[in-house]
Each structure stands twice: as structure tokens, then as C-alpha cells.
Write a protein that binds this ligand. Structure first.
Ligand code: SAM
Length: 382
């Protein structure tokens, strides 16, 4: 559809304003909104932007200060994520071929030049909620919120897990929108054929998958991380004796890592020549990269080096990271870097990587742990 026609469709300007405000985590001035809406649907007069903003405030848009607006959902996220307290673009910290920024990835990605990254490997927050300041406080106090401390089992204390089943319908919608906006933002910044590998969980992966596809990425399968944990499969709460033969849910022993790719240009061989992407690097010339990877929970030695509640194991990540740069060249991005385990894995296999972490505590943790995790012996088998 021509830009002119798009602009004339009913509600198009309003939807474009929602879209541009959703793509950034900071409020925008009317001028900025006008420019970005213009890029999306063609020149749009300031008066039209203003009247849509006015008409839909406060239900949809929030007036932060005079002439500066954000969109309701983003306002809710921002409050949750303590965004305006996050210090954006502090000097990045470098170690070897890895660089970590303390920033909000939405803002940071938006500022990057096009075709900047050859792959993305990330483990995002699944609700926007579990890594909000409020939920992190609840976790650190050991009480309430989406974090659940599973009962110890056979004398083993188990790590806290986010309780995703508690997400409401609205929160699920927010998750959908969060990943859609994230992927739309990412699309121009990755080269054709770049793989985007996203850690997920069996309860929410269908939502993330839908959002990534809607944003224009191609689904290429899933990597199954066989975790073989002892989580789930419990009998009904407070009624164990009455229902001794019942599990409320299957005991989950795997973790889906969604595999997506930005559409390639021409054939895979053409794309490999031009962009160096489009396929997976084989672990050896005899063996293709496979989509089931045995991986026990993250080892204690790693958790001691990097005590992040969602730390992923090096043995698993190094295999994935190695595979996503088929020619062994390029930069891997982890926009939700946590303690930097993806960057450490990239460092260990000799690749360039960039990570973004918005939480100051985890950012500092990553600065310490990337060098240490990356130096762990390569035979970190479980
Ligand atoms: C599931 S954890 C990743 C843990 C990581 N895989 C590791 O092994 O350490 C997600 C991380 O994303 C961070 N995060 C959440 N929203 C973010 C955003 N908008 N920008 C950058 N980081 C964000 C959280 O603070 C959290 O540390």
C-alpha cells in the first residue's frame, strides 16, 4: 500500500503514534513523534499528531510534560522497569572481543546503524515483570511476586523460578507486544540471513514465536535444551494425599530456544557470500549442528562466578554461539545480557559480541563474570 493511502486509512495516524511510542522506552516530543510517524506512513502534519494525542489522552497516551508523550503500556513498563532511573549509554566495558553496555536495549538498538549484527542469541525476561525493580525486590526478600522458591527436594535447595502461570490476560498481551516491538526494532539492524535464537519456556514460547513471525522473521525450528531438572510434576497443592497419582502439570525436562532468521537474499550460498550468514556452522565437518542439546542445570562453579537467577550454562551456550556465525565472522548481540553468559561463550569460541543489560547490579556482575566464565575449561561438560 502506498504511504499516502496508509496515512488516510481510519485510525492510521493513531496506530502509527502507538507504534513509534512503543518502540522507544522514553517519552517523545511531538516533533519526534511527527518525524517518526512520517517515516512510517508518510508526511503527517503536527496538528494531526497533536489532535490524536489530545483525543486519546489519558486513556491511550500519557502526557509526561508539556508536549512530551508516551503510550500507556510503555508508561506501565517504564514504571515497572525503573527506566527513567536507568543511566543510558554509560561507557561500555570491554573484555577481549566482548563489549557490554549498561542501557535499555530498546533505546540502544534503535540508535544502531542498519546491518550491524550477524546473529542474536538471547535469554529475555518473560513478562517484563520478573526483572522489574518491584519483582526483583520481592525475590531478594524471598516473598511474594512472580518468583517462586520451589521446596527443597531430597535435601537439595532449588533455585527460584519465575511463576509464569500467574500472568494475567493483559500481561500476556503485553508480552506479545513487547516481543513484537523488540523484533521490529531489531529487523533492520541485523543482516539478511542473521539467526535470532531466543530462550523461551514451554508455557510462553507460542506467544514469543507468534510475535517474532509477525515482525517478519522466519521460523527455522527450535533448539531443545534437555535440562532434565526435577521441576514440576507436583501433586495438587495441599491435596497430595487425596490425589496421590496426579501431577498438575508434566514435569518439565526441556527448554525451547526459538530459532528465527531474517529472510535471506537469494539462495543460501548467495547470502553466505554476501553477508556471511544464512546457515549454521557445523561442530565438525562430519557432524551437522543438531537441535537437541543435553544440558544439565548451570553448574555451581558458574553460579558462584555469576550469581544471576537465570544464568545459562557455558557448555550449552558455547555450542549455540559457535553455530550461529556460519563463517566464524561477525558480531553476536545479546540485548538481555544478564550476567553476560552469552558474551562469555562468544569470547570462549573467539567471536565478537555485544551485550546490553539495563539493571545496574547485573551489569556490574557481567563486567566481572564475562572474563571468568569465558576462561572456564572448554570441557565444561555436566
Ligand atoms: C533472563 S535474564 C538473562 C540472563 C542471562 N542469560 C545470563 O545467563 O546471565 C534477562 C536479563 O535482561 C535484563 N533486561 C530486562 N529488560 C531489559 C531491557 N529492556 N534492556 C536490557 N536488559 C534488560 C534483566 O535485567 C535480566 O538481567
Amino acid at each position: 500500500m502506498a504511504k499516502e493511502q496508509l496515512r488516510n486509512a481510519p485510525g492510521q495516524v493513531r496506530d502509527a503514534i502507538v507504534h513509534v511510542l512503543s518502540l522507544t522506552s522514553r517519552p517523545l516530543s511531538v516533533k519526534e513523534i511527527e518525524n517518526r510517524v512520517g517515516q512510517m506512513i508518510g508526511p503527517t502534519p503536527t496538528s494531526s499528531v497533536r489532535s490524536y494525542l489530545r483525543l486519546n489522552t489519558p486513556d491511550l497516551f500519557v502526557r509526561e510534560t508539556r508536549g512530551v508523550y508516551t503510550v500507556q503500556t510503555v508508561a506501565a513498563w517504564s514504571a515497572q522497569r525503573n527506566l527513567f532511573e536507568t543511566q543510558i549509554w554509560r561507557d561500555p566495558v570491554k573484555f577481549g572481543k566482548s563489549t557490554i553496555f549498561h542501557a535499555d536495549c530498546f533505546d540502544w538498538i534503535e540508535q544502531q546503524e542498519d546491518n550491524r549484527f550477524q546473529a542474536v542469541v538471547t535469554d529475555p525476561p518473560y513478562g517484563l515483570y520478573e526483572y522489574s525493580a518491584e519483582q526483583q525486590n520481592k525475590l531478594r526478600n524471598g516473598k511474594g511476586g512472580v518468583w517462586r522458591i520451589p521446596p527443597s527436594f531430597d535435601g537439595h535447595t532449588r533455585s527460584p523460578l519465575p511463576r509464569f502461570t500467574t500472568l494475567s490476560a493483559q500481561q500476556l498481551k503485553d508480552v506479545r507486544m513487547f516481543f513484537f516491538n523488540w523484533a521490529r526494532l531489531l529487523m533492520p539492524k541485523i543482516v539478511p540471513g542473521a539467526h535470532v535464537v531466543v530462550a523461551s519456556n514451554p508455557l510462553l514460547s507460542y506467544i514469543v514465536s507468534g510475535s517474532l513471525s509477525d515482525a517478519g522473521l522466519e521460523r527455522r525450528g527450535e533448539i531443545i535444551r534437555l535440562t532434565m531438572t526435577l521441576r514440576g510434576g507436583d501433586r495438587p497443592k495441599a491435596a497430595h494425599d487425596e490425589f496421590p497419582n496426579i501431577s498438575v502439570m508434566p514435569r518439565s525436562m526441556w527448554e525451547p530456544w526459538l530459532v528465527y532468521r531474517k529472510p535471506i537474499e537469494g539462495r543460501v550460498q548467495d547470502n553466505l557470500r554476501k553477508w556471511g550468514t544464512g546457515g549454521f556452522r557445523r561442530p565438525s565437518s562430519e557432524r551437522p549442528f543438531g537441535d537437541v542439546i543435553s544440558s544439565a542445570p548451570t553448574r555451581k562453579v558458574e553460579r558462584n562466578l555469576a550469581p544471576h537467577p537465570s544464568l545459562k550454562p557455558q557448555a550449552f551456550l558455547r555450542q549455540v554461539v559457535h553455530a550461529v556465525l556460519p563463517m566464524g565472522k561477525g558480531t553476536i548481540l545479546d540485548p538481555f545480557a544478564g550476567a553476560g553468559s552469552t558474551l562469555a561463550a562468544a569470547e570462549a569460541v573467539g567471536y565478537e559480541s555485544i551485550g546490553i543489560e539495563k539493571d545496574e547490579h547485573f551489569f556490574k556482575m557481567a563486567c566481572d563474570s564475562i572474563p571468568r566464565l569465558s576462561r572456564l575449561a572448554p570441557n565444561v561438560q555436566h
